[in-house]
Design a protein around this ligand. Structure first.
Ligand SMILES: *Cc1c(COP(=O)(O)O)cnc(C)c1O
Length: 498
């Protein structure tokens, strides 16, 4: 059992890492976890001269017991060679005395690339263990995930991906990123409605019996690229170690010294990966969980009450506009002494009543390691302006929410070094960033605003974003939800059989 995964909600069924990756979520609604995580530590001393790729092998093999070293190395090569525009993959950038861990150097300029470049590689190895199998990824997106998933799955053998985005509800840049996607196994389509409509329709498709039966007949597994998949989580553990190693090399910290990580948080995937790194031996004092106006996690960390019954705010850090942080379930499992029944109970209450209260001991346990902070749009804009004026460095709004949290935390702890996870390129949000710094909207198109911002900050616009200006539009369909099933069948047939 030691090398097998099981659901956070029961210990009756165990499965291999590769099966968990193909399935994504457990049948009982729980998330897959590995009990043995942390029993064997990763040695930082040993890795101190290692490249990102070498660190990735040491870390990922702890979480993928059925994979050989060669397989993992192969996946890392497929995921990160020539796809990131920085040789450190996730470089530390010292801005004054502040350490920014820049996670946005991948093909779509957001941190989700780190996970979504890797997931298809792992899936493709998993498929090799199941003869003649194919996987069809179905995803609804509010913007970033869809594009990052498309880039990751593009031309990966025996996989295909269909992304639906709401025709009202993604930014112009995000839309362009998706409808111009290259690759022979990808499909993108707009759906009438908003993100919630798209999301619930896609969920419905996963439960449509006819569709499932048709897929099964053709040996096709239906899967999602959701952030609860361990195949997205595992690669994220790597950059926590690599960040620490870079800080040691830069002589910003001593080896063994405890640090804090500040994490702009939505679904709790990123910060959970940090917790996994700590379990694997990384010296972490605390994690600072940064939320925007959707401050469910902030309240939870204060009170021990998780209550999603509240107003949903649309903010300028949209990838963190989330009221249910799914990956928190994994933290509850580990921190409740691996008590499946307790976790199941909390999740049942969340589902039925919209809230749950954790036991006092669990609350204290969590509070010792996690500190919450939240931030309004106005405060977020102030941070962007302040950092630009002080250092000439331009942050995106998600990172700025983190910067505010870091400042809050440094009022109570001056002893530990903080590392701030920078989750998106500012050029993905040029209009908002420009307005934050200069106090007004620029009445120009997205690309012109990018150019202005680049001039003012003396930085280069990522090619993947600027290139959209002249890119060919490939996908023009916009359908009604009733047409979805038919549409998916058609794409699947075209991709796998034509
Ligand atoms: C997804 C996302 C986040 C939130 O990460 P989680 O793992 O969902 O907590 C933060 N910033 C950006 C730019 C993102 O795309």
């Amino acid at each position: 059992m030691k090398n097998l995964y099981h659901s956070t909600r029961n210990k009756e069924k165990y499965l291999h890492d590769y099966e968990a990756i193909l399935q994504g979520i457990a049948d009982d609604g729980g998330l897959y976890i590995l009990d043995a995580l942390g029993e064997e530590k990763v040695s930082i001393q040993k890795m101190i001269e290692y490249s990102y790729e070498e660190v990735a092998i040491c870390v990922m093999e702890r979480l993928l017991p059925s994979f050989t070293k060669e397989e993992i190395a192969d996946c890392i090569d497929g995921a990160y060679t020539h796809t990131f525009d920085n040789e450190d993959i996730t470089p530390i950038n010292m801005v004054g005395n502040n350490a920014f861990l820049e996670l946005f150097h991948g093909p779509t300029s957001a941190f989700k690339d780190v996970g979504l470049q890797m997931l298809p590689q792992l899936m493709s190895k998993a498929l090799k263990r199941k003869d003649n199998h194919k996987v069809m990824i179905l995803t609804a997106t509010s913007g970033d995930t869809g594009k990052a998933a498309l880039e990751g799955f593009k031309d990966v053998k025996n996989t295909a991906i269909q992304v639906f985005y709401p025709n009202q509800g993604v930014s112009e840049i995000q839309r362009l990123q998706m409808v111009t996607q290259q690759g022979s196994n990808v499909a993108v389509c707009a759906l009438h409605g908003n993100f919630d409509d798209a999301q619930s329709q896609v969920k419905k498709m996963f439960n449509t019996k006819e569709l499932q039966a048709a897929f099964q007949e053709d040996n096709i597994t239906f899967s999602s690229a959701n952030s609860i998949n361990i195949g997205r989580l595992i690669p994220q553990v790597v950059y926590y170690f690599y960040a620490y190693i870079q800080m040691v090399r830069k002589q910003e910290i001593q080896i063994g010294e405890e640090v804090c990580f500040v994490v702009p948080t939505g679904n709790f995937g990123n910060v959970l990966a940090g917790y996994y790194a700590k379990l694997l031996g990384l010296p972490v004092h605390r994690f600072i969980v940064a939320s925007n106006a959707n401050n469910v996690l902030f309240d939870f960390l204060q009170s021990g009450v998780y209550d999603r019954k509240r107003k949903f705010h649309k903010t300028i850090s949209p990838s963190m506009d989330i009221l249910i942080s799914s990956n928190l379930e994994r933290l509850l499992y580990y921190m409740s002494d691996k008590n499946c029944n307790e976790v199941k109970e909390y999740m049942k209450e969340l589902d039925q009543k919209g809230s749950y209260i954790v036991k006092p001991a669990l609350k204290e346990h969590i509070q010792r390691l996690f500190y919450g902070s939240c931030c309004s749009d106005a405060q977020c804009e102030m941070m962007i302006k302040e950092v630009y004026e002080t250092y000439g460095y331009v942050m995106d709004p998600h990172t700025a929410v983190g910067f505010k949290a870091m400042k809050d935390y440094q009022k109570v702890d001056q002893e530990h070094r903080c590392i701030l996870l920078s989750t998106a390129s500012p050029f993905k949000f040029s209009q908002q960033v420009y307005k934050a710094i200069f106090g007004k909207h620029l009445d120009l198109d997205e690309f012109a605003v990018m150019e202005v911002l680049a001039r003012h900050s003396d930085t280069r616009i990522p090619e993947n974003l600027y290139g959209l200006k002249d890119a060919n539009i490939r996908f023009k369909d916009c359908i009604e939800k009733e047409q979805m099933q038919e549409y998916i069948r058609k794409t699947t047939k075209e991709i796998f059989y034509d």
